[in-house]
Ligand binder design. Sequence first.
Ligand code: ADP
Length: 620
Amino acid sequence: MEKEKLEKFEFESEVKQLLHILVYSLYKNKEIFLRELISNAVDALNKIKFEILMNKNIEDKDEDLRIDISVNKIQNKFMIEDTGVGMTKNELVNNLGTIAHSGTSNFLKKLSESKEEEKIDLIGKFGVGFYSSFMVAKEIHVYTKSFKKGSKSFLWKSKGDADYTIEETIKKIRGTRIELLLKNDEKEFLEKFTIKHTILKHSKFIPFPLYIEKEKIETSEAIWTQPKSSLKEKDYYEFYKFLENTQEEPETYIHLSSDAPVQFNAIFFIPKISFEFEGFLKAEPGVDLYSKKVLIQKGCKDIIPEYLRFVKGVIDSEDIPINISRETIQNNIKINRIKKHSLKKIFEHLKKIKEKNREKYLKIWKNFAKNLKEGVAYDFENKEKISDLLLFHSSKKSKKDFIDLKEYIDRMDKAQKEIFYVTGLDIESIEKNPALEAFKKKDIEVLYLNDPLDEIVIDHLREYKSKVFKMVESADIKLEKGKDVKNDENYLKDTENFILYLKTIYKERITDVKISKRLVDSPCILTHATDGPSVQMEKIMKMVNKDYKYSKKIFEINPDNELIKEMVRIHKATPDSPELKVISLQLLDNMMLREGVIDNIDTIVPRVQDIMLQACKNIK
Ligand code: ADP
């Protein structure tokens, strides 16, 4: 057969950008390239281990599964070879010429703006590890032969600038050998001592034999099968760093071992930071599924649901068949048992932290509140357990502080049947909501929902410990009649007349005008007749659908308020006063403005200016 000719390829533009950042802005921690190469070799070996167990027809079936590192000091060459799955020519082009991730351009932007330490961590997490070798190498050669029967071998070469070449080569055994032609000032990676030290620092948990210049290195494997009593916090932390390609310790971890009804071991980690910054990428599911130490699926969504994608770790069960297909994982009874048990333990663990170490929990909450809220919406079965983990701002806490639902219930009056909440964009504007006046007066606590997700959460929960959630604007709350109304029948009658007048000028813009029993200071308020969506939610609906019509509200006035008193007085004396009409219209529009649902701004501005003119004329 004729040998395939050398072909030249250009790197995808994102790879070029990445290479530029790697080569020109990273000066410290270059050793991480080694961790990345080993991690790729381990992946390739895990994959072949699986293929072998599935009894596929593959190249070099009996070859040992191992990683070999060697150097050539004369040629300045560092070499790492594995007997993993290898790559076909197409795979070479796709894997080592592109970045196969969504959100790459955002990642690159973030990368170029971040500090050196963060850069290293980002690289590890995002998985562009191979390219990091260009930090130390002026040229890289990749010899590879796929495990697929009859595969040819190929040599991939690049100097890490704009392009690379691929040509056919001769490689005897299945797998990949990567040769780095080191830059002149990176010769330390030719020293066995440095290599060994670096590997033990970053990659202690290698589940395959590893040799450096033919010497076998002692590495530990599968810590999750070891008894908890033999493991120290440090062991878990090191394992986490290895698993996540990071330098950072986790916030917390959980180690589970169960023998019945299903045998399984699991270690879960909750990271210290969220990897999902604004508009950046959605983290990949982070818990790998093993069966008898063989990796079956990386990031198994069917056990740890998507909303818990921040949880990292491993699950290993002897009761799951190795050849379980991805389609059947979902319906496997044993998998479901593992899932149930794992989630229960994760939620319990978080709850315990919340109760015992609030400061730690607040850190977790800051990073992953979004995920837990998402869980309430998506995980019907567990929403109650998650509801115990939720935190809210409240009218009885300082702005930065939080309360959980249990605290709310424990504190409230026995007779209170509902959990009251108010929505808004931020605490400052929430606190100015007139609907809160009655609650303050009666000393009833109100939850402040300043995250749009909160309302979705409340919508899905509907109640907590049999107490229904109620928006303050639709709550049935009454204060004692104010002094002006209580003792003065005539004034009450005048106010009723004024209300009739308001109805005639507001017409269909509102459903009703009433005397308010919930206001203390403010002149008026818009309330909701039923438990419809909040104004915040309506605004979101309007954004999605331009034709969405805001629901109509009830307009309530406060007869004890000075402005209302004046208006009632004018109305009694001069029912058709043109000034009163202008002010009355503005009174409603002020409320609409406050809620941000105004659509007649063009009439409001000249009207306010008219009112100002009148006011000016009265100033001496
Ligand atoms: P990641 O490993 O996070 O996917 P990399 O840039 O390190 O990102 O590697 C890109 C891809 O190249 C890998 O996903 C894998 O498919 C392939 N690859 C890299 N190294 C090897 C190897 N030693 N054996 C087989 N495939 C490899």
